[in-house]
Write a protein that binds this ligand. Structure first.
Ligand code: F6P
Length: 324
């Protein structure tokens, strides 16, 4: 492998820049030419490719977002789109690709590799932490800290007005952000996609808490929760059925995706970026570089894409116990 390209794809995540930087610098260290591809697979299809050297990635480790930009490419999902992308890889003499992104990005990488026998390595970059085979994805830790900081602020006003707040956090399929930030911010209840708590049980539990002397409450709701109601409908439902609290709804939204990466995410991104280049130089392909029990680990992309529901290792119980 002499020429490695790197792209970021799907939803951006804090720490993606640190990962790109690590890939570029590892290439420089191992004397490999490095190319940056702009706007994910979309940019590859349109040949938006540029040579990057060690100095091209100065002053980016501390920046949120991705300077390579990101996109969700519809065209790359087609055989024709992938053909154009492959032709541009050949045109630029690129012989291996590092894809920083989530499951959609890995699915694309796998297709490209299967169709053209092209070496690909994935780095998990998404705030959702919903990739199998790695304990953490890049951006997740930063997003958790952002969410906790936001909930802390909401708690001040919730408590001043004796109000109940429903706070929506990201996580279409995974409750990792909701559960961990919820525990960290002392939420009363946490609704996640992996478990259907049932709205009746929610009301019951809030009634009980009120009886024990609680005067305000925070409920953290993952966007993919199983209540069957959107957060505003859920807010109205709770207000009507509890008949005790004034309810307010707060959707944190894309604030969770921005901001300077935490130290943890910068270090994780650096480890995984170096690991990705080393894996390619070692002849590996169709793998993701993950972190398992603090050790950089090579995981087949097919396993990374496995949609097994996340286990939350007793966290649900911890949340229940600490919110009595
Ligand atoms: O990056 C993943 C994610 O944050 C999901 O939790 C969320 O549903 C989605 O991105 C929203 O992304 P976008 O607004 O870019 O479509």
């Amino acid at each position: 492998v002499k020429n490695i390209a790197v792209l970021t794809s799907g939803g951006d995540a804090p720490g993606m820049n640190a990962a790109i930087r690590a890939v570029v610098r590892a290439c420089s260290y191992y004397d490999v030419k490095c190319f940056g591809i702009y706007k994910g697979y979309e940019g590859l299809i349109n040949n938006e490719v540029e040579v990057l050297n060690a100095r091209s990635v100065r002053n980016v480790i501390n920046k949120g977002g991705t300077f390579l930009k990101s996109a969700r490419s519809k065209e790359f999902r087609t055989v024709e789109g992938r053909k154009k992308a492959y032709d541009n890889l050949v045109k630029n003499s690129i012989d291996a690709l590092v894809v920083i992104g989530g499951d959609g990005s890995f699915t694309g990488a796998l297709k490209l590799s299967e169709e053209y026998n092209f070496p690909v390595v994935g780095i998990p970059g998404t705030i959702d932490n919903d990739i199998n085979g790695t304990d953490y994805t890049i951006g997740y830790d930063t997003a958790l800290n952002t969410v906790v900081e936001a909930i802390d602020k909401i708690r001040d006003t919730a408590s001043s007005h004796n109000r109940l707040f429903l706070i929506e956090v990201m996580g279409r399929d995974a409750g990792d952000i909701a559960l961990n930030a919820g525990i960290g911010a002392g939420a009363e209840e946490i609704l996640i996609p992996e478990e259907d708590m049932g709205v009746e049980r929610l009301i019951e539990s809030l009634r009980k808490s009120k009886k024990t002397g609680k005067t305000s409450s925070i409920i953290v709701v993952a966007e993919g929760d199983k209540s069957g109601k959107n957060i505003f409908e859920l807010g109205e439902y709770v207000e009507e059925n509890l008949n005790d609290y004034e309810v307010r709804v707060s959707v944190l939204g894309h604030i969770q995706r921005g901001g300077p990466p935490s130290c943890y995410d910068r270090v994780l991104a650096s480890k995984l970026g170096v690991g990705a280049v080393e894996a390619l130089l070692d002849g590996k392909s169709e793998v993701m570089i993950g972190i398992v029990h603090k050790v950089v680990t090579i995981v087949p992309l097919k396993i990374a894409l496995d949609k097994r529901p996340h286990k939350h290792d007793g966290l649900i119980k911890v949340a229940d116990i600490t919110s009595v």
